[in-house]
Each structure stands twice: as structure tokens, then as C-alpha cells.
Design a protein around this ligand. Structure first.
Ligand code: SG4
Ligand code: ZN
Length: 269
């Protein structure tokens, strides 16, 4: 079962060093994510392309939800979802499921992926499911089931106006299972870094239990920016763990997994 996991393992929960013990978990496997990307070892490909469909227009019926581990952006419309395809995705067609964030309590860490040993303050994941599978469950049982776009953010003094509509609504879902319909346009392109190329690609896993080894990862090389006030919105989010001293829900705090061994895998650019 994967219900009682947390990142730090405090208060009797199962922390990341023990995730491999959870039932049906692949967290101890050899194709795990995140990783530390060494840019001097990248394998140069002639043309890795991604085609974006529906990334430039507003998402239909968007909402944000605090699920106790992160804040997630979804669409309540099951049709007309944005899609990605192209050679970088082995020409499979993937449709958008949800986007969520990983952060830290200080600016020097928070991202899941690292580049040359360096962590960033925030990482956005845009999760997509392969349209050849009928359900997400079916996709989670196949090595090409998911594609996740990862955007690294660093903290800046200036706010990022492109993420403002999402951040305004993110501020409203403090407690676990709180959900808020978004009444302003959310355009996924605005969440990507200024330069969407180049990007790195490798085969990995979900970064939370059950750590299914089904994800084609795309990590953008360009680093996006987030204002410090915007970053602090994430740090206020509460999870499901109750603080024994105060009787109140604890802050989610750090919600990044530490990096995993490549085990001989290659990272392409
Ligand atoms: C976050 O906990 C999301 O809320 C999960 O989405 C997601 O699981 C999980 O991260 C792992 O995704 O891109 N970090 S990741 O590898 O997308 C899935 C949920 O809806 C299956 C639970
Ligand atoms: Zn994630």
C-alpha cells in the first residue's frame, strides 16, 4: 500500500529511504528518478523534437488541488486536453493529465533533478499519459506509459508574471484535499522556461511511490524564474501529518526525492 508515505519519515510515516518496502513498490529498482544530470556526459542526438498541441491556449476548466504531498493543476474536462508527441517521445502521443510541484524550505534545494550536482528551488512536472493505453492504471504497467516534462525554477527578486494566475489560485488551497476552480486563463506554455530547447531526455520512473518505471523524462536545460513571494506560497502548504505539540497539520516542507544512480542509463540531448 502506498498511503502512509512521506518524504522525511517522521511521525511514524514511511520516509523515502523505506519506500522500497511498500507493497508493489519499484522504488528500489534500477531505472529510478530523479537523477543528477552531468552535462559533460550527455549523448548528442541529431534531432530530438517535441511537438506541442494545446500548449498555447487556455486549459479548459482548470482547478488546483492540495493532495497532501504537493499542489496539483488539473482540467475537469476529459476532452480537448493538451498533447505532446515527436521524436523525443519515440513518436508516441501523450496527453496532459496534471501538473504539480516539488519544492524545498530554503532556496538552495527543492528540485528533484540536479544539473552538475546543483539543485534548484522548485521543479514543475507536467505529467502526460500515452494515448495508446485506455487508463492511467494500464499506462502505469507499461515502460512507455507516461511522459513528464520537468521545469527547473530558481528564485528571483522579481515575480514571474507568466505564472501569476496559477500562483494566485495556488495560494487558496492551504490544506490537504482543498480544491479551487480557476476562473482565469491557464496556458501551459507560460509554465515552461523562456527557451524550451534544448532539453535532456532519459528513461526513468515516478518520483513517488510506487516509483513505477514507466516514465520518459524531458528536463529543460533553460532555468525558469519564480519570485520569492511566489515560492513562499508553496512553503505554506499543509499536508496530512499532525504536529503532536500543536495539534495542527504540519507544513508539507521539503517534497523532493533524492537523486538515484543512473545504473548505466544514458541521458540524451
Ligand atoms: C505527485 O505526488 C503527484 O501528485 C502524483 O499525482 C504523481 O503520480 C506523483 O507526484 C509522481 O509523479 O511526476 N513526480 S512524478 O513522477 O502522476 C502520478 C497523482 O495524481 C501517477 C497522485
Ligand atoms: Zn513530480
Amino acid at each position: 500500500d502506498t498511503l502512509h508515505w512521506t518524504y522525511d519519515g517522521k511521525n511514524g510515516y514511511i520516509g523515502q529511504t523505506k519506500w522500497y518496502t511498500l507493497k508493489n513498490s519499484q522504488c528500489g529498482g534500477k531505472r529510478q528518478s530523479p537523477i543528477d544530470i552531468q552535462t559533460n556526459k550527455l549523448v548528442l542526438m541529431k534531432s530530438l523534437e517535441i511537438e506541442y498541441k494545446g500548449y498555447y491556449k487556455p486549459l479548459r476548466n482548470p482547478y488546483v488541488e492540495n493532495n497532501g504531498h504537493t499542489v496539483q493543476l488539473m482540467s475537469s474536462d476529459k476532452k480537448n486536453l493538451p498533447m505532446i508527441t515527436g521524436s523525443a517521445l519515440d513518436n508516441q502521443v501523450y496527453k496532459f493529465v496534471q501538473a504539480h510541484f516539488h519544492w524545498g524550505v530554503r532556496n538552495g534545494f527543492g528540485s528533484e533533478h540536479k544539473i552538475n550536482g546543483r539543485a534548484f528551488a522548485l521543479e514543475l512536472h507536467l505529467v502526460h499519459v500515452n494515448t495508446k493505453y485506455k487508463t492511467l492504471e494500464e499506462a502505469l504497467g507499461n515502460p512507455d506509459g507516461l511522459a513528464v516534462l520537468a521545469v527547473l525554477y530558481k528564485v528571483s527578486r522579481k515575480i514571474n508574471p507568466y505564472i501569476r494566475p496559477l500562483m494566485r489560485n495556488t495560494a487558496k488551497v492551504t490544506y490537504s484535499l482543498e480544491r479551487k476552480a480557476i476562473r482565469e486563463p491557464i496556458v501551459l506554455r507560460n509554465l515552461l522556461p523562456p527557451k524550451p530547447k534544448p532539453f535532456m531526455k532519459y528513461y526513468g520512473s515516478l518520483t513517488t511511490p510506487p516509483c513505477s518505471e514507466v516514465v520518459t523524462w524531458i528536463v529543460f536545460r533553460d532555468i525558469a524564474s519564480i519570485g520569492i513571494k511566489q515560492e513562499n506560497v508553496f512553503r505554506q502548504k499543509r499536508g496530512e501529518v499532525i504536529d503532536e505539540k500543536t495539534g495542527k497539520f504540519k507544513r508539507i516542507g521539503n517534497n523532493f526525492r533524492t537523486v538515484n544512480d543512473l545504473n548505466g542509463r544514458k541521458v540524451y540531448i
